[in-house]
Design a protein around this ligand. Structure first.
Ligand SMILES: NC(=O)c1ccc[n+]([C@@H]2O[C@H](COP(=O)([O-])OP(=O)(O)OC[C@H]3O[C@@H](n4cnc5c(N)ncnc54)[C@H](OP(=O)(O)O)[C@@H]3O)[C@@H](O)[C@H]2O)c1
Length: 245
């Protein structure tokens, strides 16, 4: 039987570092959670188990965010299992780095496909299916404010995510659905840590006034606010980075 009285959250990238922390936090806040993954079913299952062990409800769903049929299946699962969709948190994304002069176009296309087309598809479905009173939360990055070498393809894709976010918020006028993007700074997950030396990680961590990397829980706190009480924050990009310039 669908649980129609509970609020329901879909978290893309729930198998990833930030997505897992968000899934668990929303589970603690009383949301039934669809934990989405692409290749790492085991990590999504672990997240579901953690939510259930804490007394919540969750189910895993696998699929490519750039595949519209697969993503429609994720919303259908939420509706069949939990009765609807109230909050969509779209964290799934990739970050291959290379200077513009050196990046091959296949990699560039993959970044845009996952990060831009993926956001367009998830947001399109969310705009059609999130219940009134809901929230759509995309993921940008603090890199969009910087001009950091090697981040060209990634920063371009996240600039597009910010544009989609700000426009969708205005398109949903009258629906009582908020649309925002969270833009983390460096956060201790595989996406940030992979391929970086300990020295480089320490150097990057020292660049903000707090003198440390963000944690997935720091980001989950911001998402919990936007998914819950933060109804007056709409059509914004929230930079969550410890005060980095
Ligand atoms: N970590 C940081 O420092 C940082 C900073 C700023 C912004 N962000 C943004 O925060 C978000 C989450 O990052 P994270 O650090 O948690 O990354 P992560 O640990 O690498 O997780 C990435 C997630 O995206 C999923 N994913 C990748 N490609 C996909 C595809 N084609 N279709 C569906 N899912 C796909 C992965 O699924 P599988 O593992 O199941 O394949 C995984 O769940 C990203 O949008 C990232 O750009 C991160």
């Amino acid at each position: 039987m669908p649980h129609t009285l509970e609020r329901v959250a879909l978290v893309t990238g729930g198998s990833g570092g930030i997505g897992r922390a968000i899934s668990e936090r929303l589970g603690q806040d009383g949301f039934s959670v669809v934990v989405h993954y692409a290749g790492n079913r085991g990590r999504a299952d672990d997240t579901v188990e953690a939510i259930v062990a804490a007394g919540g409800q969750a189910i895993a769903f696998g699929g490519d965010v750039a595949d519209d049929v697969a993503m429609a299946g994720m919303f259908a699962l939420a509706e069949q299992t939990f009765g609807g969709a109230d909050v969509v948190v779209h964290t799934a994304g990739i970050m291959p780095l290379a200077p513009i002069a050196e990046m091959d176009l296949e990699t560039f296309d993959r970044v845009q496909r996952t990060n831009v087309r993926g956001t367009f598809i998830v947001d399109q479905l969310a705009a059609r299916r999130v219940r009134d009173g809901g929230a759509i939360i995309n993921f940008s990055t603090s890199i969009t404010r910087l001009q950091t070498p090697s981040y060209g393809a990634y920063a371009a894709s996240k600039g597009a995510v910010e544009a989609l976010t700000l426009i969708l918020a205005r398109e949903l006028a009258g629906r009582d659905v908020t649309v925002n993007a969270v833009a983390p700074g460096p956060t201790a997950t595989p996406l940030f840590l992979d391929g970086k030396s300990d020295e480089l990680v320490a150097q990057i961590a020292s660049r903000n006034p707090m003198g440390r990397l963000g944690t997935p829980n720091d980001i989950a706190e911001v998402v919990a606010f936007l998914a819950g009480p933060g109804r007056w924050v709409n059509g914004q990009v929230l930079f969550a980075n410890g005060g980095a310039a």
